[in-house]
Ligand binder design. Structure first.
Ligand code: SF4
Length: 332
């Protein structure tokens, strides 16, 4: 296979989600949204969970991300494997421009074991694709890969005095699923290379892929700049209307509220929203409000509270990602 593009795991996953996203990232990255605080927090949580998982495989050597080129990282990884280093964190490999960094690599006498760590509490399809690319790179470099494990968080774990890593993490052997994807990886790489060679961006319309598996950072560009869909009066902003229905309407060219001919396909609340926008009127159901207020008797308490959650629980009897109230106000 003739493969000469630069492709990391994250760029590969981006392309699987939408090849236009990869094209934009490569040729027009200035249109992409900068990551917001939520995205940055997710990255940071991922890093922390990844480092915590090192504790499952002690005495490893880490290939540091800073202060060296990819070529140097690959060479260092190769040297460590040749020297029979048993555990390597962030082991780095490159095959024809495809770079794969393995979170935790086990170098055993019978072959290599890839361990991919995720801060999620479930095994998602996108992780299989991520690992399939790692397997593709390592096996094409001539390494014998015996096993691929996905390590993720056990949502039922309850912390005691100390964090118990063996109970906190779940380790799933996903070797078979990863091996079965190898042909597809090869084909995908050919397709992505062809798409990247295009002078114009691929003609791909918005769709459910814009949000799955991740919210695409070309959202503002595709939805707002190209389709002008970020204003309020369109079907994508109808409250509690599921995504399938929204895209069904979109494909029938029913996009703006003014395109809607039959209101009966929407529930009562949605009809209020559409009518209020179309007629520029404020709709207040005074009878319902009065009926509700009549159910109250003094003293009336107003409770508000805030919560936070942690992937790695710092407190006893708390589960991963459990909502922990930390502040409240009660007015009466
Ligand atoms: S916003 Fe949607 S259509 Fe645009 S690049 Fe991203 S996934 Fe593709």
């Amino acid at each position: 296979m003739k493969q000469s593009i630069f492709l990391s795991k994250s760029r590969y996953i981006r392309a699987l989600q939408c090849v236009k996203s990869l094209w934009l990232k490569t040729h027009k990255s200035e249109v992409l949204d900068t990551p917001d605080d939520n995205v940055l927090t997710k990255f940071s949580t991922g890093d922390k969970v990844g480092e915590l998982a090192y504790g499952l495989f002690s005495k490893g050597v880490k290939i540091e991300f800073q202060n060296s080129t990819f070529e140097e990282k690959c060479q260092l990884t190769k040297d460590l494997i040749d020297q029979d280093q048993e555990i390597i964190y962030e082991a780095t490999f490159s095959y024809r421009g495809i770079v794969a960094m393995v979170d935790i690599l086990q170098n055993t006498k019978s072959g290599l074991i890839i361990n991919e760590v995720k801060s999620s509490t479930s095994l998602k399809d996108v992780y299989l694709d991520d690992c399939a690319l790692q397997y593709y790179v390592l096996s094409n470099l001539g390494y014998s890969v015996n096993q691929v494990n996905l390590i993720y968080i056990n949502k039922n774990y309850i912390r005691e005095d100390e964090l118990n890593l063996d109970e906190f993490f779940i380790v799933d052997d996903i070797t078979q699923q990863v091996v079965s994807k190898q042909r597809q990886v090869e084909q995908n790489l050919i397709d992505f290379e062809q798409a990247l060679a295009l002078e114009e961006e691929p003609n791909i319309d918005i769709g459910k892929q814009c949000f799955h598996p991740y919210e695409c950072d070309a959202y503002t560009y595709c939805w707002d700049k190209q389709r002008n869909l970020c204003h309020h009066e369109n079907i994508f902003n109808i409250a509690r209307l599921n995504q399938d229905k929204k895209f069904n309407l979109y494909r029938q060219n029913i996009i703006n509220f003014s395109d809607i001919k039959d209101l009966s396909m929407f529930n009562a609340q949605q009809q209020i929203q559409i009518k209020a926008c179309l007629n520029q009127e404020i709709i207040i159901n005074k009878d319902k409000i009065k009926a509700f207020l009549a159910t109250l008797s003094y003293p009336v308490y107003h409770l508000d509270f805030e919560t936070f959650s942690q992937a790695i629980p710092e407190f006893k009897v708390v589960r991963p990602y459990e909502q922990i109230p930390f502040q409240f106000s009660l007015h009466y």
